[in-house]
Design a protein around this ligand. Sequence first.
Ligand code: UD1
Length: 417
Amino acid sequence: MAKLVIQGNGPLNGRVAISGAKNSALPCLTACILSSEPVTLTNVPQVDDVATMCTLLSELGMGVRNLSHGVEIDGSSIHAHATRYDLVKAMRASILALGPLLARLGRAEISLPGGCAIGARPVDLHINALKQLGAEITLEHGNIEARCTRLKGTEIYFDKVTVTGTENVLMAATLAEGTTVIHNAALEPEIEDLAHLLRAMGAQIKGEGTSTIAIEGVRELKGATHEVIPDRIETGTYVCAAAITAGHLFIDKCRPNHLSRFLEQMQRVGLPLSVNGDTIEVKPHTGLLGKDVQTMPHPGFPTDMQAQYMAVMTQAKGRSLITESIFENRFMHAVEMKRMGADIRIDGHNAIVTGPTNLSGTDVQATDLRASASLVLAGLVADGETVIHEIQHLARGYDRLDEKLVMAGARIERVAI
Ligand code: UD1
């Protein structure tokens, strides 16, 4: 166990390179269940969720080999269909094994993910869609138990846009008999990335990146090599790090078009930035203005950037109304920021931030992945020392965040406790 000790000090300056996207690497890893041939994934981020997913796959009997440039997953030896409760508890994205296990083995047993720090987060949409594809699914003793012969393609209408739900059905449908059409599919770049991997494995998919995805099932999928896309949320977090410190940062190896709405918002608040290929240059600003924002499914403003944006708004002039419309309980960072001196009022799904305020360093508690990142950002501009506890949340999804910030001039120490 460790804590992060941050000394607030002036503007960041330098370059950071973005790692592969956690939220793309996870479904790509479970997609490997679909084939009996090895799949090599490159640009895989070194984060705890990826390690947890690799453990899950190896406990199913799959070969997991770390390579210098990625990871090779060999599905030829898969022999189990059940995942441990501990793994699902550690990482809700374990649910991504459900569709592929059903499609490949005709059986899956996965603990029912409970609620989490940011909301209830049910998986009913995943389960209903897989039932429509012909799976028999029962919920007993806290487990999802699913069986099928060969899944049968059909029309799936999602009542609500769900990212991992779309991914689960997309993966399951690749080996189903006939055609599956997913309506109201999620549009996130991670869905497109998964579809690109599946297509390289021999899947027949059309329409990824739009709200209607059609999949023509095939008998089997083969091995492939695939490079995971850069992490757009990590990218946005460094944009916020530069913004909150009024720094000058070059953010390399990213895909700026994957976070257009977010970048547009940052420009609206007065952040000077420019895009050159796969680099975003954030220039020093002389003051930011508070502006309202509402989280929405892609291509809207990402819920995964809400906490970091809130940290920046504490330093912007005026009032910003931040509306969280995806998750019901995603303002826990606000409570900790208030303890640092921020002026934030929570009213249901709305947070009203009035700035700028001087933040002062203190002990704060990380509650979830993105909340942790927002507290690190707040610590970069706080007076004195900010100590972030429970940083295991950070390690789940950020590849060496503290190291990369230190390279850009931040004073952050990781202290064992
Ligand atoms: C994914 C991301 C997460 C991001 C979220 C929203 C991964 C591994 N995680 O999570 O980082 O914050 O998208 O962009 O990619 N819902 C239901 N029933 C379901 C499924 C979802 O009611 O069966 C609700 C959720 O509670 C939530 C909304 O739908 O209110 C969207 O959730 P969803 O898109 O499914 O989020 P995840 O895929 O879990």
